[in-house]
Design a protein around this ligand. Sequence first.
Ligand SMILES: [Zn+2]
Length: 550
Amino acid sequence: MAPIRLSEKEPVGNDLALPTHDSSYELPPNRRPSPKKLIAICLAGSLFGFLSTQLLFPSSSRLSAGGATTQSVCQQSPILTPRGNVTDLYSEKAKERIIDWLSGAVKVPTEAYDDMADVEGDERFKVFGVFHKYKTLSVEKVNTYGLAYEWTGSDPSLKPLMLAAHQDVVPVERSTVLDWTYPPFSGHYDGTNIWGRGSSDDKTGLISIMSAVELLIEGGFKPTRTVVLAYGFDEECGGKVGALALGKYLEEKYGRDSMLMLVDEGSGMTERYGQTFAEPSTGEKGYLDVELSVATPGGHSSVPPPHTGIGLLALAINTLENNPMSPYMTRKNPLYSAMQCYAHYGHIDGEIKDTLKLASGEGKRGEKALKKLAGLIAGLGGQERASVTTTRAVDLVKGGVKVNALPELSQAVINHRINTDSSVAELQEEMINVLQPLTEEYELSFHAFGKEISDLKDARGTLTLAEAFDSALEPARVSPSDTDSPAWNLLSGSAKATWSTRKGADHTDLIMVPGLGIGNTDTKRYWNLTRNIYRFGYLLASEAGGNSYR
Ligand SMILES: [Zn+2]
Protein backbone atom coordinates (compact mmCIF):
# COMPACT_ATOMS: atom_id res chain seq x y z
CA MET A 1 0.00 0.00 0.00
CA ALA A 2 1.27 3.43 -0.84
CA PRO A 3 -0.30 5.80 1.62
CA ILE A 4 -1.12 9.18 0.24
CA ARG A 5 -0.61 12.17 2.43
CA LEU A 6 -3.48 14.29 3.49
CA SER A 7 -3.27 17.91 2.62
CA GLU A 8 -2.36 20.20 5.48
CA LYS A 9 -5.92 21.38 5.56
CA GLU A 10 -7.05 18.03 6.89
CA PRO A 11 -6.34 16.77 10.39
CA VAL A 12 -3.55 14.24 10.10
CA GLY A 13 -3.97 10.82 11.62
CA ASN A 14 -7.43 10.17 10.31
CA ASP A 15 -6.15 8.72 7.09
CA LEU A 16 -8.47 6.18 6.21
CA ALA A 17 -11.30 4.77 5.36
CA LEU A 18 -14.54 5.00 3.61
CA PRO A 19 -17.52 4.90 5.92
CA THR A 20 -18.44 1.56 7.43
CA HIS A 21 -21.36 0.36 9.46
CA ASP A 22 -19.69 1.98 12.44
CA SER A 23 -20.16 5.39 10.94
CA SER A 24 -23.93 5.11 10.98
CA TYR A 25 -25.79 8.28 11.68
CA GLU A 26 -28.49 8.29 14.29
CA LEU A 27 -31.90 8.60 12.72
CA PRO A 28 -34.79 10.43 14.29
CA PRO A 29 -36.84 8.02 16.40
CA ASN A 30 -39.87 8.09 14.11
CA ARG A 31 -38.10 6.10 11.40
CA ARG A 32 -38.93 2.47 11.75
CA PRO A 33 -38.69 -0.35 9.23
CA SER A 34 -41.73 -1.33 7.30
CA PRO A 35 -42.29 -3.30 4.13
CA LYS A 36 -43.02 -1.82 0.72
CA LYS A 37 -41.03 0.95 -0.84
CA LEU A 38 -37.51 0.07 -1.80
CA ILE A 39 -34.50 1.65 -3.24
CA ALA A 40 -31.82 -0.89 -3.41
CA ILE A 41 -28.64 -1.66 -5.16
CA CYS A 42 -25.89 -4.14 -5.34
CA LEU A 43 -22.62 -2.90 -6.66
CA ALA A 44 -21.61 -4.03 -10.08
CA GLY A 45 -18.08 -5.26 -9.66
CA SER A 46 -17.41 -4.34 -13.23
CA LEU A 47 -17.36 -0.66 -12.33
CA PHE A 48 -13.94 -1.26 -10.96
CA GLY A 49 -12.57 -2.62 -14.13
CA PHE A 50 -13.88 0.45 -15.87
CA LEU A 51 -12.19 2.83 -13.50
CA SER A 52 -9.00 0.86 -13.26
CA THR A 53 -8.70 0.86 -17.02
CA GLN A 54 -8.81 4.61 -16.91
CA LEU A 55 -6.30 4.77 -14.11
CA LEU A 56 -3.96 2.24 -15.59
CA PHE A 57 -3.88 3.78 -19.00
CA PRO A 58 -0.16 4.12 -19.51
CA SER A 59 1.69 7.24 -20.52
CA SER A 60 3.39 5.37 -23.32
CA SER A 61 0.01 4.99 -24.89
CA ARG A 62 -0.54 8.70 -24.80
CA LEU A 63 -3.75 9.52 -26.48
CA SER A 64 -3.43 10.91 -29.92
CA ALA A 65 -6.01 12.31 -32.24
CA GLY A 66 -5.03 10.14 -35.16
CA GLY A 67 -7.35 8.04 -37.22
CA ALA A 68 -9.57 8.32 -40.19
CA THR A 69 -11.63 11.41 -40.67
CA THR A 70 -14.39 9.78 -42.63
CA GLN A 71 -16.23 7.31 -40.49
CA SER A 72 -18.42 4.45 -41.43
CA VAL A 73 -21.71 4.40 -39.57
CA CYS A 74 -21.30 3.92 -35.83
CA GLN A 75 -17.64 3.03 -35.91
CA GLN A 76 -16.53 1.41 -32.65
CA SER A 77 -13.40 2.08 -30.60
CA PRO A 78 -11.05 -0.81 -29.83
CA ILE A 79 -11.11 -2.57 -26.46
CA LEU A 80 -8.66 -1.09 -23.95
CA THR A 81 -7.52 -3.73 -21.52
CA PRO A 82 -5.85 -2.44 -18.37
CA ARG A 83 -2.22 -3.25 -17.85
CA GLY A 84 -1.33 -4.78 -14.55
CA ASN A 85 -3.23 -7.07 -12.28
CA VAL A 86 -6.62 -5.77 -11.24
CA THR A 87 -8.16 -9.09 -10.34
CA ASP A 88 -8.07 -8.14 -6.66
CA LEU A 89 -10.81 -5.69 -7.45
CA TYR A 90 -13.12 -8.57 -8.28
CA SER A 91 -12.32 -10.74 -5.27
CA GLU A 92 -14.98 -11.75 -2.76
CA LYS A 93 -13.01 -9.96 -0.06
CA ALA A 94 -13.03 -6.72 -2.03
CA LYS A 95 -16.75 -7.15 -2.70
CA GLU A 96 -17.49 -7.46 1.01
CA ARG A 97 -15.56 -4.32 1.79
CA ILE A 98 -17.25 -2.39 -0.99
CA ILE A 99 -20.69 -3.47 0.21
CA ASP A 100 -19.71 -2.26 3.64
CA TRP A 101 -18.58 1.08 2.26
CA LEU A 102 -21.70 1.71 0.21
CA SER A 103 -23.95 0.58 3.02
CA GLY A 104 -22.09 2.93 5.37
CA ALA A 105 -22.46 5.81 2.94
CA VAL A 106 -26.22 5.27 2.65
CA LYS A 107 -26.52 5.49 6.45
CA VAL A 108 -25.56 9.13 6.38
CA PRO A 109 -28.68 11.12 5.43
CA THR A 110 -27.09 13.73 3.19
CA GLU A 111 -30.40 15.26 2.18
CA ALA A 112 -30.34 18.40 0.07
CA TYR A 113 -33.35 20.71 0.26
CA ASP A 114 -34.24 23.32 -2.35
CA ASP A 115 -34.09 26.14 0.19
CA MET A 116 -30.56 25.34 1.38
CA ALA A 117 -28.07 27.96 0.31
CA ASP A 118 -26.16 29.25 3.33
CA VAL A 119 -23.50 26.59 3.88
CA GLU A 120 -22.26 27.96 7.18
CA GLY A 121 -25.59 29.13 8.56
CA ASP A 122 -27.86 26.21 7.71
CA GLU A 123 -27.66 23.40 10.27
CA ARG A 124 -28.93 20.88 7.73
CA PHE A 125 -25.59 21.01 5.92
CA LYS A 126 -23.76 19.66 8.97
CA VAL A 127 -24.54 16.05 8.16
CA PHE A 128 -22.14 16.32 5.21
CA GLY A 129 -19.35 16.64 7.77
CA VAL A 130 -20.28 13.17 9.05
CA PHE A 131 -20.11 11.91 5.49
CA HIS A 132 -16.52 13.10 5.18
CA LYS A 133 -15.12 10.44 7.48
CA TYR A 134 -12.95 9.12 4.73
CA LYS A 135 -9.74 10.74 3.69
CA THR A 136 -7.13 8.97 1.66
CA LEU A 137 -5.94 11.28 -1.07
CA SER A 138 -4.99 14.91 -0.87
CA VAL A 139 -8.31 16.65 -0.41
CA GLU A 140 -9.48 20.23 -0.61
CA LYS A 141 -12.77 21.15 1.01
CA VAL A 142 -14.43 23.59 -1.35
CA ASN A 143 -17.19 25.78 0.07
CA THR A 144 -16.96 23.66 3.25
CA TYR A 145 -18.56 20.43 1.99
CA GLY A 146 -17.47 20.13 -1.63
CA LEU A 147 -14.66 17.59 -2.01
CA ALA A 148 -11.87 17.90 -4.56
CA TYR A 149 -9.28 15.15 -4.49
CA GLU A 150 -6.11 14.89 -6.48
CA TRP A 151 -4.31 11.62 -7.07
CA THR A 152 -1.14 12.93 -8.54
CA GLY A 153 0.20 11.11 -11.58
CA SER A 154 3.86 10.68 -12.47
CA ASP A 155 3.58 12.50 -15.80
CA PRO A 156 2.48 16.11 -15.34
CA SER A 157 2.36 16.62 -19.11
CA LEU A 158 -0.80 14.52 -19.29
CA LYS A 159 -4.13 16.25 -18.80
CA PRO A 160 -5.88 14.86 -15.70
CA LEU A 161 -8.82 12.51 -15.81
CA MET A 162 -11.73 13.93 -13.82
CA LEU A 163 -14.35 11.74 -12.18
CA ALA A 164 -17.35 13.29 -10.48
CA ALA A 165 -20.28 12.24 -8.31
CA HIS A 166 -22.54 13.91 -5.76
CA GLN A 167 -22.83 13.31 -2.05
CA ASP A 168 -26.37 14.55 -1.53
CA VAL A 169 -29.64 12.72 -1.92
CA VAL A 170 -33.23 13.76 -2.46
CA PRO A 171 -34.87 14.31 0.93
CA VAL A 172 -37.12 11.57 2.25
CA GLU A 173 -40.68 12.72 2.79
CA ARG A 174 -41.05 12.04 6.53
CA SER A 175 -44.65 10.87 6.20
CA THR A 176 -43.52 8.01 3.93
CA VAL A 177 -40.83 6.63 6.21
CA LEU A 178 -43.04 3.85 7.52
CA ASP A 179 -43.76 2.70 3.96
CA TRP A 180 -40.14 1.85 3.28
CA THR A 181 -39.21 -1.82 3.29
CA TYR A 182 -36.15 -0.87 5.31
CA PRO A 183 -35.59 2.59 6.79
CA PRO A 184 -34.42 4.98 4.08
CA PHE A 185 -31.06 5.50 5.71
CA SER A 186 -30.51 1.98 7.02
CA GLY A 187 -28.08 0.96 4.28
CA HIS A 188 -29.41 -2.54 4.95
CA TYR A 189 -27.72 -5.32 2.99
CA ASP A 190 -29.92 -8.37 2.48
CA GLY A 191 -27.35 -10.53 0.76
CA THR A 192 -28.25 -9.22 -2.70
CA ASN A 193 -29.26 -5.60 -2.43
CA ILE A 194 -28.28 -2.59 -0.39
CA TRP A 195 -31.36 -0.64 0.61
CA GLY A 196 -31.84 3.03 1.18
CA ARG A 197 -31.97 6.54 -0.26
CA GLY A 198 -28.84 7.22 -2.26
CA SER A 199 -27.91 3.57 -2.69
CA SER A 200 -28.48 4.23 -6.38
CA ASP A 201 -28.30 7.97 -6.98
CA ASP A 202 -25.52 8.74 -6.50
CA LYS A 203 -23.66 7.05 -3.68
CA THR A 204 -23.09 4.13 -6.02
CA GLY A 205 -21.15 6.43 -8.31
CA LEU A 206 -19.27 8.02 -5.47
CA ILE A 207 -18.42 4.84 -3.60
CA SER A 208 -17.50 2.93 -6.75
CA ILE A 209 -14.92 5.56 -7.65
CA MET A 210 -13.61 5.74 -4.09
CA SER A 211 -13.51 1.95 -3.75
CA ALA A 212 -11.58 1.51 -6.96
CA VAL A 213 -9.12 4.20 -5.95
CA GLU A 214 -8.78 2.77 -2.45
CA LEU A 215 -8.17 -0.78 -3.66
CA LEU A 216 -5.71 0.34 -6.32
CA ILE A 217 -3.78 2.33 -3.72
CA GLU A 218 -3.68 -0.71 -1.46
CA GLY A 219 -2.32 -2.73 -4.36
CA GLY A 220 0.52 -0.27 -4.71
CA PHE A 221 -0.69 1.22 -7.96
CA LYS A 222 0.60 4.63 -8.91
CA PRO A 223 -1.14 6.49 -11.73
CA THR A 224 0.74 7.98 -14.65
CA ARG A 225 -2.03 10.43 -15.38
CA THR A 226 -3.29 12.61 -12.55
CA VAL A 227 -6.80 11.78 -11.44
CA VAL A 228 -9.07 14.50 -10.08
CA LEU A 229 -12.20 13.57 -8.13
CA ALA A 230 -14.95 16.13 -7.53
CA TYR A 231 -17.96 15.55 -5.31
CA GLY A 232 -20.64 18.20 -5.04
CA PHE A 233 -23.20 18.28 -2.25
CA ASP A 234 -26.34 19.87 -3.72
CA GLU A 235 -26.72 18.29 -7.14
CA GLU A 236 -30.36 17.49 -6.42
CA CYS A 237 -30.96 21.24 -5.97
CA GLY A 238 -29.03 22.35 -9.05
CA GLY A 239 -25.44 22.37 -7.80
CA LYS A 240 -25.75 26.05 -6.93
CA VAL A 241 -23.40 25.97 -3.95
CA GLY A 242 -21.53 22.67 -4.38
CA ALA A 243 -20.51 21.98 -7.97
CA LEU A 244 -20.57 25.70 -8.78
CA ALA A 245 -17.83 26.35 -6.24
CA LEU A 246 -15.97 23.17 -7.22
CA GLY A 247 -16.03 24.18 -10.88
CA LYS A 248 -14.56 27.59 -10.08
CA TYR A 249 -11.94 26.08 -7.79
CA LEU A 250 -10.85 23.49 -10.33
CA GLU A 251 -10.70 26.03 -13.14
CA GLU A 252 -8.55 28.30 -10.98
CA LYS A 253 -6.26 25.45 -9.98
CA TYR A 254 -5.92 23.58 -13.27
CA GLY A 255 -7.06 26.10 -15.86
CA ARG A 256 -9.64 26.25 -18.60
CA ASP A 257 -9.95 23.14 -20.74
CA SER A 258 -7.43 21.46 -18.46
CA MET A 259 -8.99 17.99 -18.11
CA LEU A 260 -8.66 15.18 -20.61
CA MET A 261 -12.18 14.05 -19.86
CA LEU A 262 -14.88 14.29 -17.24
CA VAL A 263 -17.08 11.31 -16.35
CA ASP A 264 -20.04 12.01 -14.06
CA GLU A 265 -23.25 10.17 -13.22
CA GLY A 266 -25.59 9.47 -16.11
CA SER A 267 -27.17 6.88 -18.27
CA GLY A 268 -26.04 3.27 -18.41
CA MET A 269 -26.42 0.24 -20.63
CA THR A 270 -29.61 -0.91 -22.29
CA GLU A 271 -30.66 -3.94 -24.25
CA ARG A 272 -32.71 -2.80 -27.20
CA TYR A 273 -33.30 -3.92 -30.76
CA GLY A 274 -31.61 -7.22 -29.89
CA GLN A 275 -28.30 -5.70 -28.85
CA THR A 276 -26.68 -4.28 -25.71
CA PHE A 277 -25.79 -0.61 -26.04
CA ALA A 278 -23.85 1.58 -23.60
CA GLU A 279 -25.21 5.10 -23.88
CA PRO A 280 -23.07 7.75 -22.18
CA SER A 281 -24.81 11.09 -22.45
CA THR A 282 -22.72 13.37 -24.62
CA GLY A 283 -25.19 16.22 -24.33
CA GLU A 284 -27.74 17.61 -21.93
CA LYS A 285 -30.89 19.58 -22.60
CA GLY A 286 -31.19 23.19 -21.54
CA TYR A 287 -33.44 24.47 -18.80
CA LEU A 288 -35.73 27.40 -18.02
CA ASP A 289 -38.34 28.02 -15.33
CA VAL A 290 -40.74 30.72 -16.40
CA GLU A 291 -43.03 32.60 -14.03
CA LEU A 292 -46.33 33.73 -15.51
CA SER A 293 -47.98 36.56 -13.54
CA VAL A 294 -51.35 38.08 -14.18
CA ALA A 295 -51.96 41.35 -12.35
CA THR A 296 -55.55 42.57 -12.30
CA PRO A 297 -57.45 45.23 -10.37
CA GLY A 298 -58.96 43.98 -7.15
CA GLY A 299 -62.58 44.27 -6.21
CA HIS A 300 -65.46 42.43 -4.61
CA SER A 301 -66.41 38.99 -5.85
CA SER A 302 -70.06 40.03 -6.08
CA VAL A 303 -69.29 42.13 -9.17
CA PRO A 304 -66.69 40.10 -11.04
CA PRO A 305 -65.41 40.62 -14.58
CA PRO A 306 -65.92 37.75 -17.09
CA HIS A 307 -62.44 36.48 -16.22
CA THR A 308 -60.67 37.02 -12.92
CA GLY A 309 -56.86 37.06 -12.78
CA ILE A 310 -56.93 33.35 -12.03
CA GLY A 311 -59.18 32.75 -15.03
CA LEU A 312 -56.83 34.70 -17.29
CA LEU A 313 -53.86 32.79 -15.91
CA ALA A 314 -55.69 29.54 -16.62
CA LEU A 315 -56.32 30.69 -20.20
CA ALA A 316 -52.63 31.49 -20.63
CA ILE A 317 -51.61 28.08 -19.29
CA ASN A 318 -54.17 26.40 -21.48
CA THR A 319 -52.89 28.26 -24.54
CA LEU A 320 -49.32 27.19 -23.85
CA GLU A 321 -50.27 23.58 -23.23
CA ASN A 322 -52.25 23.51 -26.46
CA ASN A 323 -49.25 24.81 -28.40
CA PRO A 324 -46.37 22.49 -27.54
CA MET A 325 -42.99 23.04 -29.16
CA SER A 326 -42.68 21.00 -32.36
CA PRO A 327 -40.29 18.07 -32.47
CA TYR A 328 -37.08 19.08 -34.16
CA MET A 329 -33.62 17.61 -34.50
CA THR A 330 -30.36 18.29 -36.27
CA ARG A 331 -27.62 15.77 -36.88
CA LYS A 332 -25.85 17.22 -33.81
CA ASN A 333 -28.48 15.72 -31.53
CA PRO A 334 -26.81 12.66 -29.94
CA LEU A 335 -30.01 10.74 -30.55
CA TYR A 336 -29.48 11.06 -34.31
CA SER A 337 -26.14 9.23 -34.07
CA ALA A 338 -27.61 6.77 -31.60
CA MET A 339 -30.44 5.93 -33.98
CA GLN A 340 -27.93 5.29 -36.75
CA CYS A 341 -26.16 2.85 -34.41
CA TYR A 342 -29.42 1.18 -33.39
CA ALA A 343 -30.21 0.64 -37.06
CA HIS A 344 -26.70 -0.59 -37.84
CA TYR A 345 -26.26 -3.02 -34.95
CA GLY A 346 -29.82 -3.73 -33.91
CA HIS A 347 -33.01 -4.74 -35.61
CA ILE A 348 -34.99 -1.60 -36.24
CA ASP A 349 -37.77 -2.25 -38.65
CA GLY A 350 -40.09 -0.20 -40.70
CA GLU A 351 -40.51 3.46 -41.26
CA ILE A 352 -37.87 4.71 -38.84
CA LYS A 353 -35.13 2.66 -40.49
CA ASP A 354 -36.09 3.84 -43.98
CA THR A 355 -36.32 7.44 -42.82
CA LEU A 356 -32.95 7.18 -41.10
CA LYS A 357 -31.38 6.03 -44.30
CA LEU A 358 -32.86 8.98 -46.20
CA ALA A 359 -31.93 11.39 -43.40
CA SER A 360 -28.28 10.47 -43.70
CA GLY A 361 -28.36 11.81 -47.26
CA GLU A 362 -27.60 15.38 -48.19
CA GLY A 363 -29.70 18.13 -49.72
CA LYS A 364 -33.40 18.86 -49.45
CA ARG A 365 -34.35 15.21 -49.42
CA GLY A 366 -32.07 14.56 -46.45
CA GLU A 367 -33.43 17.56 -44.53
CA LYS A 368 -37.01 16.56 -45.22
CA ALA A 369 -36.29 13.04 -43.96
CA LEU A 370 -34.62 14.46 -40.86
CA LYS A 371 -37.73 16.47 -40.10
CA LYS A 372 -39.88 13.40 -40.55
CA LEU A 373 -37.52 11.41 -38.36
CA ALA A 374 -37.95 13.87 -35.48
CA GLY A 375 -41.72 13.43 -35.78
CA LEU A 376 -41.45 9.65 -35.81
CA ILE A 377 -39.20 9.67 -32.75
CA ALA A 378 -41.56 12.03 -30.95
CA GLY A 379 -44.36 9.62 -31.79
CA LEU A 380 -42.63 6.98 -29.68
CA GLY A 381 -43.50 9.14 -26.65
CA GLY A 382 -41.75 9.23 -23.28
CA GLN A 383 -38.03 9.88 -23.23
CA GLU A 384 -37.79 9.66 -27.01
CA ARG A 385 -40.25 12.47 -27.42
CA ALA A 386 -38.49 14.51 -24.75
CA SER A 387 -35.21 14.04 -26.63
CA VAL A 388 -36.40 15.92 -29.72
CA THR A 389 -38.59 18.62 -28.19
CA THR A 390 -38.59 21.36 -25.63
CA THR A 391 -40.88 20.04 -22.91
CA ARG A 392 -43.16 22.14 -20.77
CA ALA A 393 -44.63 21.32 -17.34
CA VAL A 394 -46.79 23.65 -15.27
CA ASP A 395 -45.65 22.80 -11.76
CA LEU A 396 -46.51 25.67 -9.42
CA VAL A 397 -49.57 27.87 -9.15
CA LYS A 398 -50.90 30.40 -6.68
CA GLY A 399 -53.43 33.21 -6.59
CA GLY A 400 -56.17 34.70 -4.48
CA VAL A 401 -56.23 35.34 -0.75
CA LYS A 402 -59.91 35.45 0.12
CA VAL A 403 -63.03 33.90 -1.35
CA ASN A 404 -64.94 37.18 -1.59
CA ALA A 405 -62.06 39.23 -3.00
CA LEU A 406 -60.93 39.24 -6.62
CA PRO A 407 -57.33 38.01 -6.97
CA GLU A 408 -54.95 40.86 -7.72
CA LEU A 409 -51.95 38.70 -8.50
CA SER A 410 -52.11 35.18 -9.92
CA GLN A 411 -48.96 33.27 -10.72
CA ALA A 412 -47.72 30.00 -12.14
CA VAL A 413 -44.26 28.62 -12.76
CA ILE A 414 -43.61 26.48 -15.82
CA ASN A 415 -40.63 24.18 -16.03
CA HIS A 416 -39.00 23.78 -19.45
CA ARG A 417 -36.32 21.37 -20.65
CA ILE A 418 -34.91 22.88 -23.79
CA ASN A 419 -34.28 20.85 -26.94
CA THR A 420 -30.55 20.34 -27.45
CA ASP A 421 -30.94 21.96 -30.88
CA SER A 422 -32.69 25.03 -29.49
CA SER A 423 -31.87 27.80 -27.00
CA VAL A 424 -33.22 29.85 -24.11
CA ALA A 425 -33.83 32.80 -26.47
CA GLU A 426 -35.77 30.66 -28.94
CA LEU A 427 -38.02 29.36 -26.18
CA GLN A 428 -38.67 32.86 -24.87
CA GLU A 429 -39.57 34.07 -28.33
CA GLU A 430 -41.91 31.13 -28.88
CA MET A 431 -43.74 31.83 -25.62
CA ILE A 432 -44.22 35.46 -26.60
CA ASN A 433 -45.57 34.49 -30.01
CA VAL A 434 -47.97 31.95 -28.56
CA LEU A 435 -49.35 34.27 -25.87
CA GLN A 436 -49.53 37.55 -27.78
CA PRO A 437 -52.89 36.81 -29.51
CA LEU A 438 -54.38 35.94 -26.11
CA THR A 439 -53.24 39.23 -24.60
CA GLU A 440 -54.80 41.08 -27.52
CA GLU A 441 -58.08 39.19 -27.25
CA TYR A 442 -58.39 39.83 -23.52
CA GLU A 443 -56.95 43.35 -23.60
CA LEU A 444 -53.96 42.70 -21.42
CA SER A 445 -50.68 44.58 -21.38
CA PHE A 446 -47.86 42.16 -22.05
CA HIS A 447 -44.36 42.24 -20.59
CA ALA A 448 -41.96 39.41 -21.28
CA PHE A 449 -38.41 38.73 -20.11
CA GLY A 450 -37.66 42.37 -19.40
CA LYS A 451 -39.26 43.68 -22.61
CA GLU A 452 -42.47 45.58 -23.02
CA ILE A 453 -44.36 43.75 -25.75
CA SER A 454 -47.52 45.86 -25.46
CA ASP A 455 -48.76 48.47 -23.01
CA LEU A 456 -52.48 49.15 -23.39
CA LYS A 457 -54.05 52.33 -22.06
CA ASP A 458 -57.22 50.71 -20.78
CA ALA A 459 -55.78 47.28 -20.11
CA ARG A 460 -57.83 44.85 -18.01
CA GLY A 461 -54.60 43.63 -16.51
CA THR A 462 -51.00 42.76 -17.25
CA LEU A 463 -49.48 39.44 -18.20
CA THR A 464 -45.79 39.21 -17.32
CA LEU A 465 -43.35 36.43 -18.20
CA ALA A 466 -40.08 36.27 -16.29
CA GLU A 467 -37.29 33.80 -15.67
CA ALA A 468 -37.81 32.15 -12.27
CA PHE A 469 -35.22 30.92 -9.78
CA ASP A 470 -32.30 32.26 -11.83
CA SER A 471 -32.67 29.04 -13.76
CA ALA A 472 -31.74 29.71 -17.40
CA LEU A 473 -29.35 27.12 -18.78
CA GLU A 474 -28.47 26.70 -22.45
CA PRO A 475 -28.29 23.13 -23.80
CA ALA A 476 -24.83 21.67 -23.18
CA ARG A 477 -22.30 21.57 -25.97
CA VAL A 478 -22.30 18.05 -27.37
CA SER A 479 -19.13 16.08 -26.60
CA PRO A 480 -17.49 14.03 -29.35
CA SER A 481 -18.57 10.42 -29.84
CA ASP A 482 -16.52 9.24 -32.79
CA THR A 483 -13.29 7.33 -33.05
CA ASP A 484 -11.38 10.50 -33.91
CA SER A 485 -11.88 11.48 -30.28
CA PRO A 486 -9.20 10.18 -27.87
CA ALA A 487 -11.51 10.75 -24.90
CA TRP A 488 -14.39 8.82 -26.45
CA ASN A 489 -11.98 6.02 -27.34
CA LEU A 490 -10.76 5.86 -23.75
CA LEU A 491 -14.27 5.73 -22.32
CA SER A 492 -15.49 3.27 -24.95
CA GLY A 493 -12.43 1.03 -24.77
CA SER A 494 -12.66 0.88 -20.97
CA ALA A 495 -16.36 0.03 -20.96
CA LYS A 496 -15.86 -2.62 -23.64
CA ALA A 497 -12.95 -4.17 -21.74
CA THR A 498 -15.06 -4.36 -18.60
CA TRP A 499 -17.93 -5.87 -20.56
CA SER A 500 -15.76 -8.49 -22.21
CA THR A 501 -14.30 -9.65 -18.89
CA ARG A 502 -17.53 -9.65 -16.89
CA LYS A 503 -18.67 -12.69 -14.99
CA GLY A 504 -20.26 -15.15 -17.39
CA ALA A 505 -19.17 -13.12 -20.42
CA ASP A 506 -20.34 -14.42 -23.76
CA HIS A 507 -19.29 -13.25 -27.18
CA THR A 508 -21.75 -10.40 -27.48
CA ASP A 509 -20.28 -6.98 -28.04
CA LEU A 510 -21.07 -3.88 -26.10
CA ILE A 511 -21.86 -1.16 -28.64
CA MET A 512 -21.12 2.40 -27.57
CA VAL A 513 -23.59 5.05 -28.66
CA PRO A 514 -24.00 8.66 -27.59
CA GLY A 515 -26.99 9.49 -25.42
CA LEU A 516 -28.78 12.69 -24.50
CA GLY A 517 -29.40 13.71 -20.88
CA ILE A 518 -32.96 14.97 -20.60
CA GLY A 519 -32.25 16.15 -17.05
CA ASN A 520 -29.19 17.96 -15.77
CA THR A 521 -26.23 16.91 -13.65
CA ASP A 522 -23.43 18.74 -11.85
CA THR A 523 -21.55 18.69 -15.18
CA LYS A 524 -23.29 21.96 -16.08
CA ARG A 525 -20.91 23.60 -13.59
CA TYR A 526 -17.85 22.03 -15.20
CA TRP A 527 -18.25 23.10 -18.84
CA ASN A 528 -15.05 25.14 -18.79
CA LEU A 529 -12.89 22.24 -17.67
CA THR A 530 -13.10 20.07 -20.77
CA ARG A 531 -14.92 19.61 -24.06
CA ASN A 532 -15.13 15.89 -23.31
CA ILE A 533 -17.94 15.47 -20.81
CA TYR A 534 -19.65 12.09 -20.47
CA ARG A 535 -22.47 11.21 -18.11
CA PHE A 536 -22.30 7.47 -17.66
CA GLY A 537 -22.69 4.72 -15.10
CA TYR A 538 -21.69 1.18 -15.95
CA LEU A 539 -25.02 -0.37 -15.02
CA LEU A 540 -27.40 -2.53 -17.04
CA ALA A 541 -30.91 -1.12 -17.17
CA SER A 542 -32.36 -4.63 -17.30
CA GLU A 543 -30.92 -5.26 -13.86
CA ALA A 544 -32.62 -2.19 -12.52
CA GLY A 545 -36.32 -1.73 -11.96
CA GLY A 546 -37.57 1.77 -11.30
CA ASN A 547 -35.79 2.83 -8.19
CA SER A 548 -34.51 -0.62 -7.46
CA TYR A 549 -31.21 -1.83 -8.77
CA ARG A 550 -29.13 -4.91 -8.24
ZN1 LIG B 1 -27.77 12.09 -9.24
